[in-house]
Design a protein around this ligand. Structure first.
Ligand SMILES: *Cc1c(COP(=O)(O)O)cnc(C)c1O
Length: 493
């Protein structure tokens, strides 16, 4: 039975359902489980398993208080017809022992679907009887839509998403404001993402509001952000599945090493690869690829994590992050479970915006994790290189990874490399067209059509049809009114 506790200490041990319900530990730490190496999966056992079969094997270890029947019903609902490929996360051969793991075949065309299609189902089984959950999310773009699609009409849940007015792309806005479902609200907020995010944090901290919502509507507020165990665990699955695919194709034999290269923001996706390694997957290296907001690259290089730096709004917005929350979990495991060290590093981050990790620990970390970053010019040329050299179209986030991966000078050509692709190129058609030297008319939908025609590829249907989808949500409010908005949304539902 795997139990969870905070990275920052304390004696409390929770089952995974409670950890999923809570999200964050009361001391601000993240929930972790010890003894992952006792949950080992023999790599040979995943050959021949499909996505759901692999997921069952991995999740029965990480979420061991869910019954077998509960996991089956959650997995059936999460990984079904809403995916455009029956493989869920297909593996594409790029040639030269390089592969792409496509994580964007879900309903919103970004990798967050992998976790957010499953999380609502896990949450619905984690609540007390008769209790409703209202999920609050502030989004800079991708997360909001993936969360809406996951929670739409999920039993026992509601969701309210706030996005900064004028600060998300045309397609991202349309994806959110056209979302169907009877249990959701989408609202623009005047200000930037940080204003919306701060207001959401203070709503979570408002004990009076929590009491009122509980009394009057038996509802608790919850978050669906990427530190939740219920988002991390589903991401471990596709590392095992990629390995399974490589075995089935005869590229590797059970036990052979594989490298992964991961475009990173909050360190969630790449952390899942580390979990896979701790659970027995032969991962030889995990490459952390950043965009121009290269705080993780600098940390891995110098041992100093420093968020006191300019913030750049780049062409890869989902990686524009200065505080990579999930890094805390990696530090916890690499430090051998030293909760005191983690608590003191995180206190430094809180008070000074920076912390320094002891050199011996950095050496251990660098034994597994390597790093790199790409500026926007490099992202553009990576998109065009990948298309010219490999005949494969990538989005700007994946392009950061491609640039870093192909720039590695210390690769062992006998070891396959898997690049995780986190978004469909059609989610960012303007940047992709520009990078390929194509025309870029004012409408993103015209860019999609030009891209389709020039590359002989097809946009995901759900993206192309957004142009004429009915807009359901027009509200725009000040950050100070968000709390009332949430109260109203709860009482209405
Ligand atoms: C969220 C996101 C990322 C970064 O993932 P993390 O888990 O935060 O590292 C990369 N690419 C896309 C398209 C994303 O939506």
């Amino acid at each position: 039975m795997s139990t969870y506790h905070s990275t920052r200490g304390g004696k409390e041990q929770l089952q995974s359902k409670q950890a999923i319900r809570r999200g964050l530990a009361p001391d601000g730490g993240l929930y972790v489980s010890d003894g992952l190496d006792a949950l080992t999966i023999d790599p040979a056992d995943v050959a021949g398993l499909d996505y759901k079969g692999t997921a069952k094997l991995v999740l029965s270890r990480l979420l061991s208080d869910y019954s077998s029947a509960q996991l089956d019903s959650c997995l059936d609902a999460a990984y079904g017809e809403q995916w455009s490929d029956p493989a869920i996360t297909p593996l594409v051969d790029l040639g030269g022992n390089d592969f792409v793991l496509e994580l964007f075949r879900g309903p919103t065309s970004a990798f967050k679907d992998v976790a957010l299609q499953l999380l609502p189902r896990l949450m619905a089984l984690a609540g007390d009887d008769g209790e409703r959950i209202m999920v609050l999310t502030a989004t800079s773009g991708d997360t909001g839509k993936a969360a809406l699609a996951g929670f739409a009409d999920a039993p026992g849940t509601g969701i309210t998403v706030f996005y900064p007015q004028g600060k998300v792309s045309q397609i991202q806005r349309l994806q959110m404001v056209t979302q169907e479902g009877g249990n959701l609200q989408v609202c623009a907020v005047r200000g930037n993402f940080d204003d919306a995010q701060s207001a959401v944090k203070s709503i979570f901290a408002d004990a009076d509001l929590a009491h009122e919502l509980d009394e009057k509507a038996s509802t608790v507020l919850s978050s669906a952000n990427s530190i939740n165990v219920g988002r991390l665990a589903p991401q471990v699955v596709y590392y095992f599945r990629a390995y399974g695919s490589l075995m089935e194709r005869g590229v590797i034999r059970p036990g052979d090493p594989v490298e992964f290269c991961v475009p990173t923001g909050n360190f969630g996706d790449v952390l899942a690869g580390y979990y896979a390694k701790m659970m027995g997957l032969p991962v030889a290296r995990l490459t952390v690829a950043s965009d121009r907001n290269r705080v993780l690259n600098d940390f891995l290089t110098t041992g100093v994590y420093d968020r006191n730096r300019p913030f750049y709004a780049t062409t890869s917005p989902s990686m524009d992050i200065l505080i990579s929350s999930n890094l805390e979990r990696m530090l916890y495991y690499m430090a051998g479970g030293d909760t005191e060290l983690i608590a003191s590093l995180m206190a430094d981050l809180e008070s000074k915006g920076r912390y320094q990790v002891p050199e011996a620990l950095m050496t251990r970390i660098r034994g597994l994790f390597s790093c790199g970053w790409a500026d926007e010019d490099q992202v553009g040329s990576a998109i065009s290189d990948c298309w010219e050299d490999r005949g494969y179209l990538i989005d700007p986030h994946t392009a950061c990874g491609y640039q870093v991966m192909t720039g590695q000078t210390d690769r062992d050509p006998a070891v396959p490399r898997v690049l995780l692709s986190t978004a469909s190129p059609y989610k960012f058609p303007r940047v992709v067209c520009q990078s390929l030297g194509l025309e870029t008319p004012d409408s993103d939908f015209d860019c999609m059509d030009i891209l389709a025609e020039s590359t002989n590829t097809r946009p995901p249907k759900a993206l192309r049809t957004l142009e004429n989808a009915p807009v359901r949500f027009q509200d725009c409010i000040d950050p100070g009114d968000m709390s009332d908005y949430v109260r109203h949304a709860v009482m209405q539902s």
